[in-house]
Design a protein around this ligand. Sequence first.
Ligand code: ATP
Ligand code: MG
Length: 380
Amino acid sequence: MFNSVVIHYAELSIKGDNKGKFITQLVANIKSVLDVELETFYGRQVIHLNENSNLEEIKSKLTNVFGISNFAFAVKTENDIEKIKQVAAQLSKAFKGKVKVSAKRSYKDFPLQSPDINREVGMHLEELGLKVDYKTPDRIFYIDVTEKGTFVYYEKIRGAGGLPVGTSGKVLMLLSGGIDSPVAAYMLMKRGCKVDFVHFAPQTSNSEFGESKITKLAKVLSKYQSQTKLYWIPFQSAQMKVIPRIPAKDRLIVYRRLMFKMAETIAKTNRNYKAIATGECIGQVASQTLQNMKAVSAAIDMLILRPLAGFDKQEIIDLAQKIGTYEISIQPYDDCCSYMVPKHPELSTNIDEISKLEDSLGSNDLVKETIKITKTISFS
Ligand code: ATP
Ligand code: MG
């Protein structure tokens, strides 16, 4: 019955001159997950369906594409009120509840105005035995009249919202095996960032990355964008060098500063990354006091994004479940930060003291040496 999918943009209407760029990116992102042709209609994109179209696949894939406010399987017909009535009748076959008609006329040369369309179609449905009720309808018939044809549909499927991935630039996310950082990555993708990952593995070589939960997390997250990259850095030998030179209470901060420096080096070497991001949340653990976040941030000069700063744990867990990362995140994993963490870490680090300690450690060379064995893996 349906011959089209009508896709409405989220937020794009407010983007002024950038609108063209946003639409181009959205179309590219849809095409990267679905083998379909799209046509631009005023204020919307349309997929033309054929007998081979898999509606379930289209529905599940489109739901994960950012930049879509809602979409609907629709019948496209001519800009002719008689044809529109026929389609509405066809779509209400076997339906018994109360109905409402909601027309939107973006093609101003269409002879009837929206309220007239509502009335005409509503009367036609009443003639067919349906009850029209504008206050508490069970089904709303949407009628979009555009310059190139009219779409009739009754089920608006909610999209992921946000901005098309790629329109806000590239971000390098520190991805741990925990619950938070995958959710943080999702939040940034939702705001149009293309997110790649760097993971510091609790190993000395890069032989084990293949089946790890980190790769599983990166794969799940690549449902929301295409072409995801994961930089895998064995971190244990760097940690071993830290232990004899840095007092136990300061080690956590030094590990984290090393991670940020390595991430920044990768981000700058591969250019195009506009920010580093983490799943940190204010006050959650010792390294996430404001003072310690500042001490860690001071290790680099790139912009650092912490999209979960103000979230409660339960809110993060709810989101992790929604986006499909929770079950993977709760699997056991020896994170390199939980590894060798002192019982009483410093809660209020002094940046100058830490810098001196790091100089004695030769941290710049340690960074260079460690990232030499980075393994890069790509997901389509
Ligand atoms: P998460 O649930 O994301 O692991 P957390 O609450 O356990 O966060 P920490 O372990 O202090 O908190 O980590 C804070 C942030 O630092 C993480 O969200 C992540 O961005 C980054 N991070 C921590 N460990 C690693 C790691 N081994 N590799 C890459 N990034 C890491
Ligand atoms: Mg963690």
